[in-house]
Design a protein around this ligand. Structure first.
Ligand code: HOZ
Length: 437
């Protein structure tokens, strides 16, 4: 197990007394890998620096938002400048129009967009809107897809629930999840069957078009287009949760990459530039069902917060003016190649899934195409890999069931250092008899 250092250990023990599990979001507690997290003092480029003075090449990148690296000067400058003008008004500001315009230019499916504070809030609101707009109650979701922590969709969700093997979240009334039909990711026959049985009652089908919260799981060819067709035929709304993929796999997200247009889109992470900001949007006909125009209610004191909007705008402008996606793809591919070769050399069986700059190395022999196959991964082995890498100054997600992200700040030198460390760690795994079968 990695020893994060004395100061982190002291803070960790203090945190246990004050904060449940010592963390403000469960996966940060290292429950999926054991040990204790380093406490972070600051981030810069592709590295985070702990309070104990240790530097780690970071592949979590705040779980996705930091596509330009930590503390990008333009983003910092934009936030600093915004802060001097006031931190919140509860009244419209010009920045909200600018961010909405930027989002719409990249996501043409969003006739209208509403800014909120978190991916959870955006997904929750999109679901309420889908129900209000269609007058139907049921929602279809896929196993392993995570849409935030609100009641109705905490059913067979990925992310922290996968990490901690929580099948159904306590405190969520069965009556809520009874309105959610859960089917295996990629299983078109199950989708067809759900629509045959409940078609007239299904308000919407929500999914991460590229699974990101069970580890990275790309959609099978034609899957998204088939969902578009089925939902259309049944008068249900297709909802893409692009909290992770939006501005990550391309300027126009997964919908642009796969050429499939949903009715509603949920965005988060990158659009806030590392500050709390998320959004949902779609066709004008559906979005105009929202208050104050329609009867579907959703509100928020900090919605469209000027600091978050400034950070998001600065980040999206950089992405729009010089799209880094080809470069990111090359960097991510060299990381993927290096990790795979390290595993192969050592005789450790792994499966690798990658779409652009998001990827997961699964410690399993079976191809990972859905939640069930993701769960065949050897999580103990992942834990040993994780700690071995942390010891060598590389920070992957503290769970097998999350994505690894590269940013524009990940240099060739950082990738080489990571691969070198992985060679070492994979050998150790194999020497310790941890080779899979
Ligand atoms: N929902 C994030 C993982 N997919 C975790 C967020 C966090 O702990 O910061």
């Amino acid at each position: 197990m990695h020893n994060p250092g004395q100061e982190s250990a002291r803070l960790w023990s203090d945190a246990q007394r004050m904060i449940p599990g010592g963390v403000n979001s469960p996966v940060r507690a290292f429950g999926g890998v054991g040990g204790q997290p380093p406490f972070i003092d600051h981030g810069s480029g592709c590295r985070v620096h702990s309070i104990d003075g240790k530097a780690y090449i970071d592949y979590v990148m705040s779980w996705g938002p930091l596509i330009l690296g930590h503390a990008h000067p333009k983003v910092v400058e934009a936030v600093t400048e915004a802060a001097t003008k006031g931190t919140s008004f509860g009244m419209p500001t010009p920045g909200e129009n600018r961010l909405a315009e930027l989002i719409q230019a990249c996501f043409p499916s969003l006739d209208k967009v509403r800014l909120v504070n978190s991916g959870t809030e955006a997904a929750m609101s999109a679901i309420r809107l889908a129900r209000g707009a269609t007058g139907r109650d049921l929602i279809l979701k896929f196993e392993g897809c995570y849409h935030g922590h609100f009641d109705g969709l905490l059913a067979a969700a990925g992310s922290g629930l996968a990490t901690f093997a929580i099948p159904a979240a306590e405190g969520v009334p069965a009556a809520y999840t009874s309105k959610t039909i859960v089917i295996p990711f990629g299983d078109l026959a199950a989708v067809e069957q759900a629509f045959e049985e409940h078609g007239d009652d299904i308000a919407g089908l929500i999914l991460e078009p590229i699974g990101g919260n069970m580890g990275v799981v790309p959609p099978r060819e034609g899957f998204l287009a088939s969902l578009r067709d089925i939902t259309h035929r049944n008068g249900s709304l297709l909802i893409f949760d692009e909290v992770i993929t939006g501005f990550r796999v391309g300027l126009g997200g997964a919908q642009e990459l796969y050429g499939v247009t949903p009715d509603l889109t949920v965005l988060g992470k990158i659009i806030g530039g590392g500050l709390p900001c998320a959004a949902y949007g779609g066709t004008a006909a559906v979005m105009d069902c929202l208050a104050p125009l329609g009867g579907v209610y959703q509100a928020g004191t900090l919605s469209g917060n000027p600091l978050a909007v400034a950070a998001g705008t600065a980040m999206l402008e950089i992405l729009r003016d010089a799209p880094p996606y080809e470069h990111l793809n090359t960097v991510a591919a060299s990381l993927a190649d290096g990790l795979r070769e390290a595993a192969t050399e050592a005789g450790v069986s792994v499966q690798q899934n990658r779409v652009g700059s998001m990827q997961t190395l699964f410690f399993t022999e079976s191809p990972v195409t859905d939640y069930a196959s993701a769960k065949t991964a050897d999580t103990d082995m992942y834990g040993r890999f994780f700690h071995g890498m942390l010891d060598r100054g590389v920070h992957f997600a503290p769970s097998q069931f999350e994505a690894c992200f590269v940013s524009t700040a990940h240099s060739a030198e950082a990738i080489a250092q990571t691969v070198e460390a992985a060679r070492d760690v994979m050998k150790t795994l194999a020497q310790n008899g941890a080779r899979i079968r």
